[in-house]
Write a protein that binds this ligand. Structure first.
Ligand code: HMG
Ligand code: MG
Length: 303
């Protein structure tokens, strides 16, 4: 049965911006987060505490979070901020920055793990153990992102069970929520049902979140397939911005505006205000010099 309420984790400020070649001013990033929160976002991926040599655009994460935490008006909204942490160094920075959620990230494909975080899947899990320990002692909610669950840009097909096996290993070390990701947006609904069902059987479907990129225009259909399995948390990116620097050609996550339009149309609550999102989506697209590509966003904008 389809959930009556869905939580959207807004990943625009992180997944949406990380791939931009020109440095984006910290003030723009903070303004983006502020506008998203004003539109109702409750869980916001605001930063990545990764090596600045690997992803220069995310180098100012500390300042982004400091800016947000200094804003009095946002405090009352009790937003849960998250950041990617590839290792202990990243986790220490995340704690210092005061995040409520941390995200360790690996993949269902060995080839992608090597390109993205320079180690094997097994090594990544070893690396995450002390990170998980630190998250536990600081009361930080720990998510584990599993890239390439539906296909890999380097090795092609990925067996259905891979994501489920990685999820189980992450659960063993203390990961609490599993972000099953179609990094390059190649999945279609039938495969999504199989992969999410397999992950749900291992770690419980309530702990699974769907992270869909829209490269082939399949993301909404894939969300629907996951919804029908009971998945009630999805990631989306304002204006459909983004892409992963280690997944050439992949587009951004599904646009938040498009997901909200679909869910509200189905009578599913999100707590988000579509009109506010559209204003933000149009503004940030212009700010990074991109056309505004959210389909629902453009339709609302042109009304
Ligand atoms: P490495 O080169 O193997 O690691 O990189 P290292 O430990 O040798 O460190 C290299 C340098 O980075 C050192 O600096 C470290 O201090 C520094 P140097 O001594 O050369 O001056 N360093 C750090 N600096 C700041 N923060 C840190 C940190 N760690 C090391 N946390 C490493 C390994 C994991 C660090 C690197 O590969 C990395 O940072 N990778 C991140 C890649 C990334 O961010 N990818 C995009 C996000 S994933 C994604 O988009 C997918 C997702 O959206 C889901 C989906 O769609 O699939 C989540
Ligand atoms: Mg992604």
């Amino acid at each position: 049965t389809v959930p009556s309420k869905v939580t959207l984790v807004e990943v625009g400020p992180r997944d949406g911006l990380q791939n931009e070649k020109t440095p984006i001013a910290t003030a723009i990033k903070i303004d983006l987060c502020k506008q998203l929160i004003e539109a109702g976002v409750q869980r916001l991926e605001a930063a990545a505490f990764v090596s600045p040599k690997w992803v220069p655009q995310m180098a100012d994460g500390v300042d982004v979070l400091a800016g947000l935490n200094a804003m009095h008006a946002l405090k009352a909204r009790k937003v849960s901020y998250s950041a990617l942490v590839p290792n202990l160094k990243g986790m220490e920075a995340a704690i210092e920055a005061g995040v409520q959620e941390a995200v360790v990230f690996t993949a269902a494909s060995e080839a992608f793990t090597q390109k993205n975080i320079n180690c094997t899947i097994a090594e990544s899990i070893e690396r995450f153990k002390p990170v998980a320990e630190l998250a536990r002692t600081h009361g930080i909610h720990l998510r584990g992102s599993i890239s390439c669950a539906l296909g890999c840009p380097y090795q092609g097909d990925v067996p259905t069970q891979n994501a489920a096996e990685v999820a189980l290993r992450l659960q063993d070390i203390g990961v609490q929520e599993f972000d099953v990701a179609d990094t390059i947006g190649v999945g279609t609904a039938g495969r999504v049902s199989q992969v999410f069902e397999a992950v749900g059987q291992r770690v419980g479907i309530h702990a699974v979140a769907g992270h869909f990129h829209d490269t082939y225009g399949q993301a909404l259909a894939n969300i629907l397939a996951a919804l029908q399995l009971g998945v009630a948390t999805f990631h989306s990116s304002i204006a459909g911005l983004g892409g992963c620097p280690y997944a050439k050609g992949a587009t951004g996550n599904v646009a938040t505006e498009d997901v909200v339009y679909m869910l509200h149309g189905m009578g599913i609550e999100t707590g988000l205000n579509l009109n506010r999102l559209v204003q933000t989506g149009a503004w940030i697209s212009g700010s990074v010099g991109k056309p505004y590509i959210s389909r629902a966003g453009r339709a609302v904008w042109n009304k």
